[in-house]
Design a protein around this ligand. Structure first.
Ligand SMILES: Nc1nc2c(c(=O)[nH]1)N[C@H]1C(S)=C(S)[C@@H](COP(=O)(O)OP(=O)(O)OC[C@H]3O[C@@H](n4cnc5c(=O)[nH]c(N)nc54)[C@H](O)[C@@H]3O)O[C@H]1N2
Ligand SMILES: Nc1nc2c(c(=O)[nH]1)N[C@H]1C(S)=C(S)[C@@H](COP(=O)(O)OP(=O)(O)OC[C@H]3O[C@@H](n4cnc5c(=O)[nH]c(N)nc54)[C@H](O)[C@@H]3O)O[C@H]1N2
Ligand SMILES: [Mo]
Length: 829
């Protein structure tokens, strides 16, 4: 297995479920499935059809009239459908659809590596599929022969569509593994820092594991703290097919009258909905704030020393830092107030309220997607240890309440198998961390690798040598949206001979490719998936809704044909059709299900029913409490750390001796922040995950019109900052710093703290002059402004939520936005 989230979460979940299953009594015989087979589903064979499918945004029925999808109607069982579904439907037909195989003219006419600065200029030549496949296969072979296997990069990262068969990233690796080897990538952009530090702290990656469930919170929690955490915005999507279970969960908190605090530079949807108390410390100063709270707990004897003694190790090493005994600076509330901007009384009050209530600390991922991002997660766990409520119903901490509906109870479901990357048996559940190729680099260090081949890099206690890469193949990701410091990246890309992209949209990534292969959307092929990353509530047929548009082909068929060209066609397909594979995954789940006392219907009945197949929820899962078993018996259920306890001080990290990741949680100044000591721009950038998109996905559809301002990405700013710059609502503004510049449309609102602007990640990069590094982005890709640095030597993760800039009213002629239509030659010569 080689995908990230499902393996991480599902392995942990399934392991636990199996353990619990063997202890609990699972009734033999059939369990009640809520699907009424065949009765509801039979398709009317008229001009109009309703076809069941699923996507990151949820389960839905594709309404098809005369072969065209006219509506994606949310499934009746969806508690809170995402409005983005309409944009998802439009992605099939949008003007940004890639129609034919295309090759960059200079590359085609002059060979690999020709005119690398011309990438992005839009001068493509249409070629036949046969020609395109031949070019790709020959180029992979050429690069391997000339520069070695590691010179091919196949660790392409991103939010490919769900589905157990058409997983384009796995399929790319499958082709590359069957024909040789390649350089892969490790980790992800979401939790790059947290997932590396947490195994030292709590013994597992945690960020993709189940939290104490919402029903438990509603019953037991007095105080729910959403710390840079916005589940109502972020639960619109899941890595698998979204269940949206967070929404009824949050509604239950509201009904129960749970007190809510939101610590965030923005007034979030979640805070608004729950009528929460909004506190806005300066971005990137959360560790200082947490230390101030911890200091108050300690100095007022509000901390739980018994919990610290029994369940943690290293508090004694941390204490001299907290009190200032070791460095002369007490980390008290006054010290914290100076840094974070909340006043000291508020900080002390937070400490008292946390200690005197059953408190759940729900941390999002943004605070770890920052310079020294390892520290915020570590410090939050430390705070929870001091409060001593970990493992109690409704107390402690949770790291995935905002992600894929973590906290929605887990159903008793079998786990669907999926196609593999043919790399052979991967021994442990850690496989997703370093899967596929023989060489692997931290995922966010690809640009650094291109620029520094042969150099060594510290990474999580190891040294790795950065490989020479000449060919990059991307499938199912958009690095020209997700990676930071776009201009540094453009420079690095010039080191490549060849960049190949499979996608269905003309993203900036596809535009910067040498060879572009048009793929189907998941609505043009058949597949199967689970509903909910944590809930695992259903198995859903992801049925083909419409025929492939233009010359689009499935990634499966594309990679099978490339493999075939290289003599490995049968090994790739194993002679099985799309439906053979899907049936096989289902049959394996049916066997697993039977072992657990549940009888799934035969495949054809499932498929024809046109309804998702539901799995039961047991009470012990409904009322799951994270770390409860550890609390009950810390010897028998020891954590996976070296000491078996929560580690507030890590001997292993001490041995690495990294200057940017000390052995206990520590406040370290980031390279830049609002009012930072060496910071040169006045506004901090919150590149929050978008309300109207999944990253960059569906930016190229008509749904963009629901939020765009003068056709551009919005830039939210506080009235004070707008007034100081004479900016009015709806003005086009230029946002800039030393790294880059973009245009955006001003949205003035008090829902953002002074000194902070919000430009959501995922806006499509649209340089006015593609040949010029530093050119103005006319649509609003926030990553022209963010730094490409790593969090630290420990995790080498991205810092997308670090960055400062300034804003001014844009008074020149507005440049055209070209990125949402078919590419045309621009500045090609
Ligand atoms: N500044 C800043 N930057 C960030 C973040 C931030 O908070 N701030 N967040 C980071 C995070 S957490 C993430 S996860 C990344 C997200 O970065 P990405 O996951 O790269 O972003 P997406 O827009 O989801 O890109 C997915 C691409 O895959 C394509 N695709 C979908 N399905 C298929 C398929 O079946 N086949 C093929 N061939 N292609 C397909 C889509 O069309 C799209 O172009 O961004 C990161 N970047
Ligand atoms: N609608 C939608 N939902 C999504 C996604 C999407 O693209 N669109 N992407 C999905 C993915 S891949 C991921 S990884 C998750 C991402 O989940 P997160 O990383 O948690 O999401 P963000 O929206 O980037 O940030 C969450 C909150 O943190 C706040 N914040 C930013 N900086 C700071 C800070 O320094 N301190 C504090 N206290 N708060 C801060 C932001 O204002 C925001 O409200 O979301 C998932 N959900
Ligand atoms: Mo992510």
């Amino acid at each position: 297995m080689s995908t990230k989230y499902p393996d991480a979460s599902v392995n942990a979940l399934s392991r636990r479920r199996f353990l619990q299953g063997s202890a609990a009594t699972v009734a033999l015989g059939s369990m009640p499935f809520s699907m009424s087979l065949l009765s509801r589903g039979a398709l009317a064979q008229t001009g109009r059809q309703e076809i069941l499918s699923g996507c990151h945004w949820g389960v839905f029925k594709g309404i098809v009239e005369d072969g065209r999808a006219v509506e994606f109607k949310p499934w009746a069982g969806d508690p809170q459908p995402s409005p983005q579904l309409e944009g998802v439907r439009d992605s099939i037909y949008s003007a940004s659809r890639i129609r034919y195989p295309m090759v960059r003219r200079a590359w085609l006419e002059q060979g690999p590596g020709a005119d690398p600065a011309g990438r992005g200029s839009g001068d493509f030549v249409r070629v036949s599929w046969d020609k395109a496949i031949e070019l790709v296969a020959n180029e992979i072979t050429r690069v391997r022969e000339k520069h070695g296997q590691q010179a091919v990069f196949g660790g392409s990262y991103g939010w490919k569509s769900p589905g157990r068969l058409h997983n384009c990233q796995t399929l790319l690796k499958r082709m590359l593994n069957l024909t040789g080897s390649f350089t892969s990538s490790t980790g992800d952009y979401s939790t790059g820092a947290a997932q590396v530090i947490l195994p030292y702290v709590s013994g597992s990656i945690e960020v993709y594991e189940q939290c104490t469930t919402y029903p438990v919170l509603a019953e037991n929690t007095d105080l729910m703290v959403f710390w840079g955490c916005d589940p109502r915005n972020n639960s619109q999507i899941s890595w698998q097919v979204a269940d949206h279970g967070a929404y009824p969960g949050i509604e239950a908190l509201k009904e129960a009258g749970v007190k809510v605090i939101s610590i965030d530079p923005l007034k979030t949807d979640t805070c608004e909905y729950l009528d929460g108390e909004w506190l806005s410390p300066k971005p990137q100063t959360d560790v200082a704030l947490m230390l101030g709270i911890a200091h108050t707990l300690y100095s007022e004897d509000l901390h739980d020393q018994k919990f610290l003694d029994r369940y943690t190790s290293g508090f004694d090493e941390f204490k001299p830092y907290l009190t200032g005994e070791s460095d002369g600076q007490s980390k008290d509330a006054d010290w914290a107030a100076d840094i974070c901007g909340l006043d000291a009384d508020t900080i002390r009050d937070l400490a008292r309220r946390f200690a005197n209530n059953r408190t759940m600390l729900a941390l999002g991922y943004a605070t770890q997607r920052q310079h020294h991002g390892e520290q915020s997660t570590w410090m939050l766990v430390t705070l929870a240890c001091m409060l001593g409520q970990i493992g109690l119903p409704g107390g402690g901490y949770g790291l995935s309440y905002h992600y894929s509906s973590g906290g929605a109870p887990t159903h008793a479901s079998p786990i669907l198998q999926s196609i593999n990357d043919a790399s052979g048996a991967k021994a442990s559940g850690q496989a997703w961390l370093a899967s596929g190729g023989s060489v692997s680099i931290p995922v966010a260090r690809f640009v650094e690798t291109l620029l520094n081949p042969g150099e060594t890099m510290q990474f999580n206690g190891r040294e790795i040598e950065l490989p020479l890469i000449k060919l990059a193949y991307w499938a199912g990701g958009n690095p020209f949206a997700h990676h930071q410091d776009r201009n540094e990246m453009l420079r690095a890309w010039r080191e490549l001979d060849t960049f190949i992209v499979n996608d269905f949209q003309w993203t900036a990534t596809a535009r910067h490719a040498d060879i572009v292969l048009p793929t189907t959307t998941s609505y043009e092929r058949n597949d199967i998936e689970q509903v909910g990353d944590y809930a695992l509530s259903h198995i859903v047929a992801m049925k083909k809704i419409v025929e492939p548009q233009f010359e689009a082909r499935n990634d499966f068929d594309i990679f099978a044909t490339i493999a075939d060209k290289m003599g490995k066609g049968y090994e790739f397909t194993q002679g099985r059709t799309e439906m053979d594979w899907i049936r096989g995954f289902y049959e394996a789940a049916k066997i697993e299900s039977r072992a657990k006392g549940m009888e799934m219907p035969v495949f054809d009945v499932f498929w024809e029913s046109n309804e998702p197949l539901a799995f039961p929820l047991k009470d012990e899962q409904k009322y799951f409490v994270r770390h409860q078993t550890f609390r009950e018996d810390p010897i028998l259920n020891a954590l996976g750390t070296a000491t078996g306890k929560f580690e507030i001080y890590s001997r292993a990290i001490a041995e690495y001796n990294y200057d940017d990741c000390p052995p206990h949680p520590t406040w370290l100044e980031p390279i830049e922040r609002l009012d930072g000591p060496t910071t040169r721009y006045p506004l901090s950038i919150a590149s929050k995950h978008p309300r109207g998109r999944l990253h960059s996905q569906i930016c190229g559809t008509a749904f963009r019109e629901t939020y765009a301002v003068q056709g551009r990405e919005p830039c939210w700013l506080n009235p004070r900052d707008a007034r100081e710059r004479d900016i009015k609502n709806g003005d086009v503004v230029r946002v800039f710093n030393d790294r880059g510049q973009l245009l955006a449309g001003a949205v003035i609102t008090k829902d953002i703290m002074p000194g902070v602007i919000r430009v959501q990640e995922g806006g499509w990069f649209d340089p006015v002059n593609p040949r010029e590094i530093g050119s103005l982005c006319s649509y609003g890709d926030v990553n022209v402004l963010t730094p490409g640095i790593a969090t630290s030597k420990l995790a080498q993760a991205n810092c997308g939520q670090t960055g400062v800039a300034d804003v001014e009213k844009f008074t020149h002629d507005l440049p055209e936005i070209t990125v949402f239509s078919q590419p045309l030659p621009r500045n090609a010569g």
